[in-house]
Design a protein around this ligand. Sequence first.
Ligand SMILES: [Zn+2]
Length: 378
Amino acid sequence: MSDISDIVKDENFFKERLFYYLEDSIVEKVLNELIKEGFSSKYFMYDCEITDSVEYAVSLKEKCEFCDEVLNESENHVISESYRLNSHFLSLIREQRKENLNKFLDPTYIQNLERLKSKTRKLIPFIGAGVSVPFNLPDWGDLLLKLNKGLNPTDQEMYEYLIKEGDYFRALSVLKTYSVSYSSDVEIKRDIKQILKSEYNKNTSIEHNVNDILKLESQFFVTTDYDNILSEYRGKYRDDFVTPLVLKDLEDVQDLFSNDTQQVIHLHGNIDIPSSMIVSEEDYEKLYNDSKIESILNAIMANSSLLFIGFSFKDKYFKDLYKMIHNNIKREHFIIVANLHPIESKDLLGQNLIPINLKIGNKDEYTLAIKTILEELY
Ligand SMILES: [Zn+2]
């Protein structure tokens, strides 16, 4: 319910406004609940056709302020239901948020959050795999374990060992060299696509941050994920699906800023275009030695601050490129992280990333903690 207050604030609103963000049936339910609890009031907006004027009434038994006809006895008024959140409800939400912020934000990082808040007008969210976790999508290690086929027992043991060590490139290379099921990247990518599609739980009941991210209303989004979760949610609530972009189809970053269509840019490829997917070390070498990704990221980082969400910042290729660009263009970029030790915080600052550190007691709080930070940015 606190989501609604971000959308409509203390203004009069029509319920259609909420259809962007919530299912139609949920909107009805939530509005009824809010009225029942005394958190919201219902008004009737009437357009008097006799005098061509607009006013609000609390009841349809009222007389029109302009022509003096009783509203529900007259045929000269176009009436629409409108709502407004009560100040009592809004202050309850503010209190709840303050409480959450105290609970989840490490107080050492309040200053950093204030700096982030001053950048919201030019903020581009950079989405990592963490955001897809509630949708049951496997992380890299789990994904590689699922690709495990066609290896003899010794190779399989090596494969699993390398995955456990986090050496994903070498694991992939073992798979490609020794598995009788795979002879090329094309087949591996085809299987990755198939695994991600079948594991994806579209109607997850687990809380996630996708709507919170969309509510940032940034001009576009950048991700290294292959999946289309962000685009799907964006399309659902805006009623116009915009095709996600892979690097080779991206011509001009300035268009992204000026078109403001909230398109999703997939730096490492997209699940629906397997050939675009950056998987093996060779793919990474090719992508990061090409000037395209550099010029794109350069243009984005020159014009906006990035906010990394669900992104581990461990990808060496990306880290190097980010560092190089940042050396030329000094702008502040931010990352939301959890349970950081001061020494790790220093590491991030050394990499020119301003951390916003969350205190998380158990894994289930992660989504709410991120939501709490994003709510500060609307
Ligand atoms: Zn009237």
